[in-house]
Design a protein around this ligand. Structure first.
Ligand SMILES: C[S@@+](CC[C@H](N)C(=O)[O-])C[C@H]1O[C@@H](n2cnc3c(N)ncnc32)[C@H](O)[C@@H]1O
Length: 261
């Protein structure tokens, strides 16, 4: 895959990002726009794929992708890397002693993370999305692909309230909107909406003393030591660092922690 780390490549990335989070935020993208996004953001039309469907086939296969979701989503190769790591640790298929009682994708957007983790781990999978239009589009997209996910419309705290702890290996996926938390200095996880420390505090409250596993998605430029600040009392279990697709600051990483309550 082409990695365009030039100033032009970075400028083009940020122009595209600003459009997808600005004027095109709540607009369904056309097939050719999806391919343009794929090339600009990932350097390759095929790299931008969701639920196993590449950008070039998304509209003909009936997928509905809003501008916002096109830039915020975790594409298949990222979600599969994460799902592989979790499956190797927590899937009975690989002989793991411990399996999660559930996976909960708390800010699901496209739901692609839940889609892949649910399939790899074969455990009950929940996803929640606050925006009604994105929720409806994701529900529609899920209806087109083979999936068994409990997709809820609402605030992530509503899902937390209904999910009783089932195992110390229950997994929560945490990726709130970054908004102004993402600047040239990097991503400040204490300033996302909602801030990651608040999300962790709310999960803890819902756990009634039971430990849990947390996956956080970040970019590769973390500001203010904020990953460490958020997880200072958690045990780091794994870093999933996919090959970079662009200049520093635009690539995605995942971290897995065990959190005690
Ligand atoms: C960064 S995106 C997540 C992208 C997702 N991981 C994916 O792969 O598509 C954050 C999503 O969380 C949703 N959201 C924002 N606040 C929320 C809340 N309080 N509860 C649930 N979802 C929320 C947003 O509408 C947005 O779709």
């Amino acid at each position: 895959m082409a990695v365009d780390a030039s100033a032009d490549g970075r400028d083009e990335y940020f122009r595209c990002r600003a459009d997808l989070l600005g004027p095109s935020r709540m607009r369904l993208l056309t097939g050719s726009e999806l391919v343009t996004v794929a090339t600009t953001i990932y350097g390759s039309p095929d790299f931008f794929s969701l639920y196993g469907i590449p950008a070039s086939q998304m509209t003909e296969r009936g997928l509905r992708i809003f501008g916002r979701t096109a830039i915020e989503c975790s594409v298949d190769s990222y979600a599969v890397s994460l799902a592989d790591e979790l499956a190797a640790r927590y899937s009975k298929r690989f002989g793991a002693a411990a399996t999660p009682g559930f996976v909960a994708d708390l800010f699901c957007g496209s739901g692609n993370i839940a889609y892949h983790i649910g399939r790899h781990l074969a455990v009950p999978t929940h996803a929640v999305e606050l925006d009604p239009l994105i929720h409806r589009a994701t529900q529609h997209n899920f209806s087109l692909v083979e999936v068994d996910i409990d997709l809820v419309h609402g605030d992530y705290q509503e899902l937390l309230r209904t999910l009783a702890p089932r195992s110390p290996h229950d997994i929560y996926i945490i990726e709130p909107p970054w908004g102004p938390a993402y600047t040239e200095q990097g991503l400040d996880l204490t300033a996302t909406s909602p801030p990651v420390p608040d999300i962790l505090a709310n999960i803890r409250r819902s756990r009634m003393g039971e430990p849990f596993l947390a996956v956080i998605k970040t970019n590769d430029q973390i500001a203010n030591n904020s990953l460490r600040t958020c997880f200072y009392d958690a045990q780091h279990l794994a870093s999933i660092i996919p090959a970079p697709v662009g200049p520093i600051g635009v690539n995605m990483n995942f971290y897995l922690y065990r959190v005690l309550t």
